[in-house]
Design a protein around this ligand. Structure first.
Ligand code: GLC
Ligand code: CA
Length: 535
């Protein structure tokens, strides 16, 4: 059984907002906090009860806010601290929660700490970062090139696991731990309800083992942040490269005083050979990863996170679904197979209207630092057309275009010119159009979340998988007490299905259907309560 805190957190349905691209409240072409406030009713009606905001702190925006220059102030483009307080009030007034993005691994090099640190080896901030006389290893930046940069003022090299302007903090220095605890406390006092923690696995390094992450003090540091009484009530989800259950237990077991849950990335292999290379794939791959982690987390009473999309990933619907003729069906069947499993649902902005990957015909439509650097790198070994094709496939900007609210000018996102090109299909796919369509992805999500809310079986119910690994579909039941529900998700082809039990009429389906048995069209899904088992 899940502990009490996790049982409560299982009721959270979290919507991830990329503030820069969600809604522009003042017409400067950049999304902002007032814009988010305008859209809270849209979210509330969808059935979400929490939002996760990507970083809103002061930042020069080399990595769109993941390069923080002041943890206690708001990015100019997004508004002021008064706007943030207004947002928190507006959320709490609607019985919704706020999860902030905490970025503890690095700061912007324009942060005061770094500016002081580079001045010399004997000021209070000297040891806030990793400084070396000689480059100690061959670590590479996630955004390409060496992870080491020479700073002429200090006359030493510092570590940056990401952009040159994102310097890694030295957590072995107790003053850094203290500074980050104070940051967490500052936001707790403002009223935030939880944190998504950026690359949490990287805050402890092991230079002797040559390992940038999962260092020997990782759990000690996480515990220092969240194992304190003041932080005990928070919902916390860490972004992490964890692949095995033992490591997940060390992060998330109820008695560890570390994190509520983790974002795991095994299923991100769906539809691709590597980040920039597509691979022919089906929903089976997603299904099998989901089943694996459901079984593991259920066995050890861990809280799981359910997501397919975020601000770093091209939408799942475009990787393993059909985002053209069967876009509505693909979007809804993925939702059914994901969010009716056990865990905390995360919905990324645009996912609820079935927004597919974007495609641009010019490299200057891209803004993301990783995409721009990678394009340059690719052009050394391939034609510009080929490089652009790869960037179009894998770019993080696939998820960072302005939210398409309508088919009007600038997609209803802004009255001014948006900071990044609109989605190439925004006139065809947008919230207004979706809501007025008979085949509305939003309405399906709404019905699914309502079903989940009304039936505890979808929260804590035990999972049983009925289909086999070979089957081109996914059938599972959830069971709590003497109540059982069945979920049928068909994949690419047509199927004739006969379930081993009698069911009520479908309570949820993406296409018209009267009974649970019979013919299933490609990507058709249906959910019903089981009346009796025929065996
Ligand atoms: C995480 C974020 C990503 C960011 C990186 C560095 O992976 O999700 O957007 O660029 O960390 O902070
Ligand atoms: Ca704005």
């Amino acid at each position: 059984m899940l502990c009490k805190k996790y049982q409560e957190q299982l009721r959270w349905v979290i919507y991830q907002i990329y503030p820069r691209s969600f809604m522009d409240g003042n017409g400067d072409g950049i999304g902002d906090l007032q814009g988010i406030i305008q859209k809270l009713d849209y979210l509330k009606e969808l059935g979400v009860n929490a939002i996760w905001l990507c970083p809103c702190y002061k930042s020069p925006n080399d990595d769109n806010g993941y390069d923080i220059s002041d943890y206690r102030d708001i990015m100019d483009e997004f508004g002021t601290m008064a706007d943030m307080e207004a947002l928190i009030n507006a959320l709490h007034g609607r019985d919704m929660k706020l999860i902030m993005d905490l970025v503890p691994n690095h700061t912007s090099t324009s942060h005061f700490w770094f500016q002081e640190s580079r001045k010399g080896k004997d000021n209070p901030y000297s040891d806030f970062y990793y400084w070396f006389d000689e480059i100690p290893n061959d670590w590479e930046s996630a955004f390409r090139g060496s992870a080491w940069e020479y700073d002429a003022l200090r006359g030493q090299y510092y570590l940056h696991s990401f952009a040159v302007s994102q310097a890694d903090l030295n957590w072995n220095n107790p003053a850094v731990v203290k500074a980050m605890q104070d940051t967490v406390d500052f936001w707790i006092d403002k009223g935030v309800d939880g944190f998504r923690i950026d690359v949490i696995d990287m805050i402890s390094k092991d230079f002797s083992r040559g390992c940038n992450g999962f260092g020997p003090r990782l759990h000690e540091f996480i515990h220092a942040l969240f194992g304190r009484e003041k932080a005990a009530h928070l919902f916390t989800v860490g972004e992490s490269g964890v692949h095995d259950i033992d490591e997940m237990i060390r992060h998330c077991a109820a008695d560890r005083g570390e994190l509520s849950t983790l974002f795991l990335f095994d299923h991100m292999e769906c539809g691709r050979a590597d980040k920039f290379t597509p691979r022919q794939d089906s929903l089976k791959t997603l299904r099998d990863h989901l089943i694996h982690w459901q079984r593991e987390t259920e066995k050890y009473d861990l809280l799981h996170s359910l997501f397919t999309d975020n601000h770093d990933q091209p939408p799942m619907i475009s990787r393993i679904g059909n985002d053209r003729e069967k876009r509505y069906e693909s979007a809804t069947v993925i939702a059914a197979m994901l969010y009716l499993l056990k865990g905390v649902p995360f919905i990324y902005q645009g996912q609820e209207i079935g927004m597919p990957a974007a495609a641009y015909d010019r490299i200057d439509c891209f803004d993301d630092i990783e995409s721009v650097n990678t394009y340059k790198e690719f052009c050394k070994t391939m034609t510009p057309e080929e490089a652009l094709r790869k960037i179009n496939f894998g770019s993080r900007d696939n998820a960072r275009h302005p939210m398409a609210w309508s088919g009007e000018r600038h997609g209803g996102f802004s009255t001014g010119t948006p900071w990044i090109a609109l989605h190439s299909r925004y006139q065809e796919i947008n919230a207004q159009g979706d809501l007025s369509s008979e085949r509305s992805v939003y309405r399906f999500y709404q019905a699914l979340l309502a079903l989940r809310r009304a039936n505890d079986v979808f929260l804590d119910g035990k999972l049983e998988v009925i289909s086999t690994k070979e089957d081109p579909y996914f059938i599972f039941t959830r069971k709590l007490g003497n109540e059982t529900w069945v979920v049928v998700c068909n994949f690419e082809g047509e199927q004739q299905l006969q379930l081993p039990f009698t069911c009520e009429q479908p309570a949820l389906a993406n296409l018209q259907r009267e009974t649970m048995d019979g013919n299933y069209a490609p990507y058709e899904c249906a959910v019903a309560k089981v009346v009796s088992q025929s065996v």
